[in-house]
Design a protein around this ligand. Sequence first.
Ligand SMILES: Nc1ncnc2c1ncn2[C@@H]1O[C@H](COP(=O)(O)OP(=O)(O)O)[C@@H](O)[C@H]1O
Ligand SMILES: CC(C)(COP(=O)(O)O)[C@@H](O)C(=O)NCCC(=O)O
Ligand SMILES: [K+]
Length: 257
Amino acid sequence: MLLAIDCGNTNTVFSVWDGESFLATWRIATDHKRTADEYFVWLSSLMALTKVDVQVTEAIISSTVPRVVFNLRVLCDRYFDCRPLVVGKPECRLPVTPRVDQGTTVGPDRLVNTVAGHDRYGGDLIVVDFGTATTFDVVDSDGAYVGGVIAPGVNLSLEALHMAAAALPHIDIAKPPRVIGTNTVACMQSGVYWGYVGLIEGIVREIRRERPRPVKVIATGGLAGLFAQGTDVFHSIEDDLTMHGLVLINAYNKETV
Ligand SMILES: Nc1ncnc2c1ncn2[C@@H]1O[C@H](COP(=O)(O)OP(=O)(O)O)[C@@H](O)[C@H]1O
Ligand SMILES: CC(C)(COP(=O)(O)O)[C@@H](O)C(=O)NCCC(=O)O
Ligand SMILES: [K+]
């Protein structure tokens, strides 16, 4: 079984793939100080709770936080006796090379989303991923990542309002029923929600103007569904896109050994 690890700046997600489906998915806050032993205590107790016998034999990691990779590697080596593939490292091959400025490092999550999006929808795509940052990954017809956009994440925008203005509380994102808020919380939610809908639609429109062919837009990440309620710009929402990409990249690297 494959242990696929998607480490974002906020959360780290572990999924077990048995060759046909994901048996389980677990989420933990990203913390670079967490040791391999701590990961394993947490993981093994969750594994014990699943009804199937989880036998990890291989692992793949995508991490937007370089510092956590060391401990995740130790976890795989010490407890699962395997050497993980790490997306973005030279030994991890991708089906199509990204076409970006020389010397640029593309976030591994974006490379993974590109592979997964192209597998499911073919070329000329924008993948929107709502994470700590909201990323727009532009995929060419041959499946290459050709660039994109990095915007402040939804929760980051809410947090910034709260941090910078003494009278603005910490609030959670929600879709307000009306644009005109009649209390502070509703006004803030409106600003971030409808402002974000405008950001998504505007960026997609401008990307389309720069592309030679029609482009499909797919969205992933926890908040994708919430924004789909406010715009019809998304062709579809793919909850497991990053995990699907990790499975594909792992298989590709085994095939091409
Ligand atoms: N389903 C959800 N509903 C509400 N908030 C969510 C959901 N999924 C994620 N979030 C929030 O979005 C932010 C980024 O989420 P996450 O996808 O974990 O980011 P990253 O991949 O960068 O770690 C976090 O603050 C998280 O609490
Ligand atoms: C843009 C990101 C911070 C998004 O990370 P996330 O929100 O998933 O934690 C990450 O993809 C990253 O660090 N990228 C490096 C720069 C680039 O992709 O161009
Ligand atoms: K992201």
